[in-house]
Write a protein that binds this ligand. Structure first.
Ligand SMILES: *Cc1c(COP(=O)(O)O)cnc(C)c1O
Length: 421
């Protein structure tokens, strides 16, 4: 046993001796790959909508681990559910089933309003869920996969092949082939993509609201058109709701909003991020017998996917969202927050958009990184997802009172921030 571990009280909540933020950052850089760059802070603790760094400073967490911590930090119900499952049965292989896993699959099918014959495949992340989608698309025997410009579907090779951003793709080419990118929200381009070789389209993969691209909703009617074209061509309509799903937008799934989904039933929905309330889990929901049987026995697998602890986390997260009416409060707090931000009338704040608690603040100048750094100094975690856009994806338990200091912070930003050297 390491001296560090031995020196600890085994009942302590941390297994690691404390150090300063600066020291942790040095140790991070020496021990971890540089894929994420230098971390902004080293965080040691969270409670509700707040996190604390290694130097004892508190932050209002308006990002929630990128749309993950739906119930905030250290939620007692989630903690108890995970602990109870781990203390009962922590992991089995997929040669065996667990009641927790079955119960979560049933809950997801019900949330998704999936018809008879629908099935779930569990993964550990969003990218893995989308990777499974690529394999499902291949199993149709068709070659073309359509995705949108600005898309983000993950970083493994198949998911990356459907991700548009050149900086993510180019270092890893060649990627699996057959993916075509269509201009975002362009209905003519969508029709044109099906007009020729429509019978060779395996799948059309869409995010109802593009998250990484800056909280960009598809225009009303787009998903309905996508449904009509895919149905006519016999192609799969896949909705990547990894970021928008599980209550984030005020409905269980974003496409259940009439203006985002047009009331359509997709063939596949992928989920992850908020699903486990912070515990890693992803899922593929396949609607109806055809989609649900594309991956046959032995054609896909995972060691951890469907893990009972992760499934318990999913069940507890869904249970709390339901019990505490968090879909309704997500809608209300999100609407109010966007209205309050607009109401500032600050010249730097051009727009506040989004759905529920997936929100973008559009700035009038490319100063998102500067504003995010100032916000962090002032005790607010936000994400500059491109030079002009701040993304907020706070815990769904957030209240208007808790977020008021952040609105005040925005209001007090210098008007000339964009023109400073
Ligand atoms: C985050 C995200 C993914 C990737 O999920 P990971 O859990 O990071 O692998 C895929 N699609 C969308 C829309 C996402 O927001």
């Amino acid at each position: 046993m390491s001296a560090e571990l031995e020196a600890q009280d085994p009942t302590a909540t941390t297994l690691v001796a404390p150090d300063s933020g600066a020291r942790w950052t040095q140790r991070y850089s020496a021990a971890l790959m540089d894929t994420f760059g230098t971390p902004q802070r080293v965080l040691v603790r969270g409670e509700g909508v707040y996190v604390w760094d290694a130097d004892g400073r508190r932050y209002l967490d308006l990002l929630a681990g990128i749309a993950v911590n739906a119930l905030g930090h250290a939620h007692p119900t989630l903690t108890a559910a995970i602990s109870a499952q781990l203390g009962t049965l922590g992991h089995v292989s997929n040669f065996f089933a667990t009641p927790t896993q079955v119960a979560l699959a049933e809950r997801l099918l019900s949330i998704a309003d999936a018809p008879e014959g629908s099935r779930v495949f569990f993964t550990n992340s969003g990218t893995e869920a989308n990777e499974a989608v690529v394999k499902m698309a291949r199993r149709t025997g068709r070659r073309r996969i359509l995705a949108l410009e600005g898309s983000f579907h993950g970083r493994t090779m198949g998911a990356l092949a459907m991700t548009h951003k050149p900086a993510y793709r180019e270092p890893f080419e060649p990627l699996p082939g057959g993916v075509e990118f269509l201009p975002f929200g362009d209905t003519e381009a969508l029709e044109a993509a099906f007009a020729q070789d429509g019978d060779d389209v395996a799948a059309l993969v869409l995010e109802p609201i593009q998250g990484e691209a800056g909280v960009r909703p598809l225009p009303p009617g787009y998903v309905a058109l996508a449904r009509r074209l895919t149905s006519d061509a016999g192609a799969l309509l896949v909705l990547d709701e990894v970021q928008t799903g599980m209550g984030r937008t005020g409905r269980w799934l974003a496409h259940q909003h009439p203006h985002l989904g047009g009331g359509v039933r997709p063939d596949v929905v992928t989920l992850a991020k908020g699903l486990g309330g912070g515990f890693p889990i992803g899922a593929v929901v396949a609607y109806g017998e055809r989609a649900a049987t594309l991956l046959g026995r032995g054609q896909h697998g995972t060691t951890f996917g469907g893990n009972p602890v992760a499934a318990a986390a999913g069940l507890a997260t869904i249970g709390v969202i339901e019990r505490d009416g968090l879909l309704g409060s997500t809608t209300e707090v999100g609407e109010r927050l966007r209205a309050d931000i607009r109401g500032l009338g600050h010249p730097l704040v051009a727009e506040a958009r989004g759905e529920g608690l997936l929100i973008a603040i559009e700035l009038a100048a490319p100063v998102a990184a500067t504003v995010a750094a100032r916000a962090l100094e002032a005790g607010f975690v936000v994400n500059p997802c491109n030079p002009t856009t701040l993304r907020l994806a706070p815990p769904l338990i957030l209240t208007t009172d808790q977020v008021a200091p952040f609105v005040a912070f925005l209001g007090a930003l210098p008007h000339d921030l964009g023109t400073e050297a």
